[in-house]
Design a protein around this ligand. Structure first.
Ligand SMILES: CC(=O)N[C@H]1[C@@H](OP(=O)(O)OP(=O)(O)OC[C@H]2O[C@@H](n3ccc(=O)[nH]c3=O)[C@H](O)[C@@H]2O)O[C@H](CO)[C@@H](O)[C@@H]1O[C@H](C)C(=O)N[C@@H](C)C(=O)N[C@H](CCC(=O)O)C(=O)O
Ligand SMILES: Nc1ncnc2c1ncn2[C@@H]1O[C@H](COP(=O)(O)OP(=O)(O)OP(=O)(O)O)[C@@H](O)[C@H]1O
Ligand SMILES: N[C@H](CCC[C@H](N)C(=O)O)C(=O)O
Ligand SMILES: [Mg+2]
Length: 487
C-alpha cells in the first residue's frame, strides 16, 4: 500500500475532491482489472473512453479516481482527482508507485521507424558479454538480466514499463535498453522516465493511420529528445534527413553518426558478404555477422552508444564481432539443394527495399529472388500499394499473402497491395491468401541457388485474425517445407 498523495507527486492536478492522504493498493487504468482499494486512472483511448468505466471501477473497489473530467455525481468515500492529461498522470503515477526505478539504472531509449529491436537487442547482448547485468524492453521480449518476460507491445504501457524497471533495479541491473515507439511517446507511456541517453535510427513511412501526417509522426519521435536532461546524451543518424531535427530542442549532449556525412562516429563498408561484412568504424576495422548497409548503421549506433556509456573501444569491437543477428532479422537457412530462405521482419516500405537491395547486391549470378510478403490489418493502409510495388519491382517473383489481417478481410488487403504494382511487373506477381500455401508455392518455384525472402513477420510465432492468434512461424515453416519437398 502507498499513500495516494505520494503516488500523485509531480502530477499536474486541476481539482481534488476527497482525501489524497489515503493508502491505495495499486494503480490501474482498466476497470476490468480493478480490485479493492486501487486507484483507477481514466484514459481517453482510441476506441473508448475510460471515463465511461469510472462507476464500474468504483463497484469493483476503487478507492480513488484520477480523471480529466469530474463525473457529475461523486460517490461518498471515494477520492476524485482531476488532471490535465490522463496518460501523463498515469505515467508519472506508475513511476512514483515503483519508486522511480529508472533512476537506479542507466536507461537508453531507441527510437525511429526501423532498427529499434536490432539495436536494443544487440546492445543488451554486448553489455552482457562485457560482464554487466542488463535489461531489455523490446518488441520481442523483456529481459530482466537472465529472466525472460513476455511482451505484447514494442513500448508497453507505463505501469508495465515501471514494473519491469523495478524488477531490474531489484536484480542489480546497471543498464537497460528500451525501444521507444511513436505510439508509446504519443500515449506518454515513457513520460517521467529518467533516460541516460536516446538514439535515433531513421524515419520512413509507417503508422500514418495513427499519426495522420509525416510531420506529426516525426515530431512525436522528437519528443523523446526534447525531454532528455542536460546530463543525458542524444545520438542521431545524420544521414537521415530528419536526423538533425531530433537534436533541435534537446538539452542533452549531442552526438552524431553517419556513413555518408561528416559525423562524430563514422563508418565505411569495406566488404559485404553473405556471412557478414567488414566495416571501418572510426579508423578501426570491425567484422560483423550482420549484413546489409542498414546493419552498418545499426552497428555504428551501437559502437557509439557503447563508447558514450564508457565501454572501451577495442573491447567493444571485439565483442561486436561475436554478436549474432536478432531472431527474425535476416535469419537464413540454406537447404540441401542450395536454396536460401531468408526470414525478415521488414514490414515497412523502407525495410523491404533495404532487405531486397541487400539480397540483390549479394547475388552472384542469375539466381532468382522470390518474395513472399503481406501487410498487417488495422495498420497504415497507405503502406500496402508501396510495399506491393517494391516487392514486385525488386524480385523475380512476388507472392502476396496475409500478415495478421486482424479485423480486416485478408483478400482486400492483398488487393490493395496489388493495386500499387506497376504494369510492367504484373507478370511477376501472384496472390495466395493462405500464408503457408504462399510459402510452399515459393519453395516449389525455387531452384538451386535461388533466394526466397519471407518478409513481414520475422520473429512472430502467430497469425492474428479477428483477435485470435494461431501458431505460425515463418522460419520453422519455410525450413520444414524445403526439407519436406526434398530441396
Ligand atoms: C492504438 C493503440 O495504440 N492503442 C493502445 C491504447 O488502447 P486504446 O487507446 O485503444 O484504449 P481503448 O480501448 O480506447 O480504452 C481506453 C481506456 O479505457 C479503458 N477501459 C476500456 C474498456 C473497459 O471495459 N474498461 C476500461 O477501463 C482501457 O483500459 C483504456 O485505458 O492503450 C492500450 C493500453 O496501453 C494499448 O494496449 C493499446 O494498444 C493496442 C492494443 C495496439 O495494438 N497498439 C499498437 C498499435 C502499438 O502500440 N504499437 C506500438 C509499436 C508500433 C511500431 O513502432 O511499429 C507499440 O509500442 O507496440
Ligand atoms: N537501421 C535500419 N534501417 C532501415 N531498415 C532496418 C534497419 N534495421 C533493421 N531494418 C529492417 O527493418 C526490419 C525491422 O527491424 P527492427 O525489428 O530492428 O525494427 P524496429 O524499429 O524494432 O521495428 P518495430 O517498429 O516493429 O518495433 C528488419 O527486419 C530489417 O529489414
Ligand atoms: N510494430 C508493428 C509490427 C508490424 C508487424 C506486422 N507483422 C504486422 O502485424 O503488421 C506494428 O504493430 O505495426
Ligand atoms: Mg521493434
Amino acid at each position: 500500500m502507498k499513500l495516494l498523495k505520494d503516488i500523485l507527486f509531480g502530477v499536474s492536478l486541476s481539482a481534488v475532491s476527497g482525501d489524497t492522504n489515503c493508502l491505495v493498493n495499486a494503480v490501474c487504468f482498466d476497470s476490468r482489472k480493478v480490485s479493492l482499494d486501487d486507484v483507477f486512472v481514466a484514459i481517453k483511448g482510441t476506441i473508448t473512453d475510460g471515463h465511461n468505466y469510472i462507476e464500474t471501477a468504483i463497484n469493483s473497489g476503487a478507492k480513488a479516481i484520477v480523471c480529466e473530467t469530474m463525473p457529475e455525481v461523486l460517490v461518498n468515500g471515494v477520492t476524485y482527482v482531476e488532471v490535465r492529461n490522463g496518460n501523463s498522470a498515469l505515467a508519472i503515477m506508475a513511476s512514483n508507485f515503483y519508486d522511480t526505478p529508472s533512476k537506479n539504472l542507466k536507461l537508453v531509449g531507441i527510437t525511429g521507424t526501423n532498427g529499434k529491436t536490432t539495436i536494443s537487442s544487440l546492445l543488451f547482448q554486448l553489455f552482457k558479454k562485457a560482464g554487466f547485468k542488463v535489461g531489455l524492453i523490446s518488441t520481442i521480449k523483456i529481459m530482466v538480466d537472465e529472466v525472460e518476460h513476455k511482451t505484447t507491445h514494442t513500448t508497453p504501457d507505463a505501469l508495465t514499463i515501471n514494473k519491469h524497471l523495478s524488477l531490474m533495479s531489484d536484480a542489480g541491473v546497471e543498464y537497460c535498453f528500451m525501444e521507444v515507439s511513436s505510439h508509446g511517446i504519443h500515449q506518454k507511456r515513457t513520460e517521467g522516465l529518467v533516460f541516460e541517453g536516446a538514439i535515433f535510427t531513421n524515419l520512413s513511412h509507417d503508422h500514418l493511420d495513427y499519426h495522420k501526417t509525416f510531420a506529426e509522426y516525426r515530431d512525436t519521435k522528437k519528443v523523446l529528445f526534447d525531454n532528455l536532461s542536460k546530463k543525458a546524451f542524444a545520438l542521431t543518424n545524420l544521414d537521415d534527413k530528419n536526423g538533425e531535427v531530433m537534436l533541435q530542442n534537446t538539452k542533452a549532449k549531442k552526438y552524431t553518426y553517419a556513413l555518408k556525412s561528416y559525423a562524430d562516429y563514422r563508418a565505411q563498408i569495406l566488404e559485404n558478404r553473405f556471412d557478414g561484412q567488414l566495416l571501418k568504424v572510426n579508423e578501426q576495422e570491425l567484422w560483423t555477422k550482420l549484413i546489409g548497409h542498414f546493419n552498418a548503421y545499426n552497428m555504428l549506433a551501437i559502437f557509439a552508444t557503447a563508447e558514450l556509456l564508457g565501454l572501451e573501444n577495442l573491447e567493444t569491437l571485439r565483442l561486436l564481432s561475436e554478436l549474432d543477428n536478432v531472431d527474425g532479422r535476416f535469419q537464413y537457412y540454406i537447404s540441401k539443394e542450395k536454396i536460401t530462405a531468408i526470414v525478415d521482419y521488414a514490414h515497412t516500405p523502407d525495410a523491404l527495399k533495404n532487405v531486397l537491395e541487400t539480397i540483390n547486391t549479394l547475388r552472384t549470378g542469375n539466381e532468382n529472388v522470390i518474395t513472399v510478403v503481406g501487410c498487417g490489418g488495422d495498420r497504415d493502409k497507405s503502406k500496402r500499394p508501396v510495399m506491393g510495388n517494391i516487392a514486385a519491382e525488386m524480385s523475380n517473383k512476388a507472392i502476396f499473402t496475409s500478415d495478421n489481417p486482424r479485423t480486416e478481410v485478408a483478400s482486400v488487403i492483398i488487393e490493395e497491395m496489388e493495386a500499387g504494382v506497376e504494369p510492367q511487373n504484373f507478370r511477376k506477381i501472384l496472390s495466395i491468401e493462405n500464408r503457408k500455401q504462399a510459402i510452399k508455392t515459393a519453395c516449389q518455384f525455387a531452384e538451386a541457388n535461388d533466394i526466397i525472402l519471407v518478409a513481414g513477420k520475422g520473429h512472430e510465432t502467430y497469425q492474428e485474425t479477428n483477435g485470435e492468434r494461431v501458431d505460425f512461424d515463418d522460419f520453422k515453416i519455410v525450413k520444414e517445407l524445403l526439407t519436406d519437398l526434398n530441396k
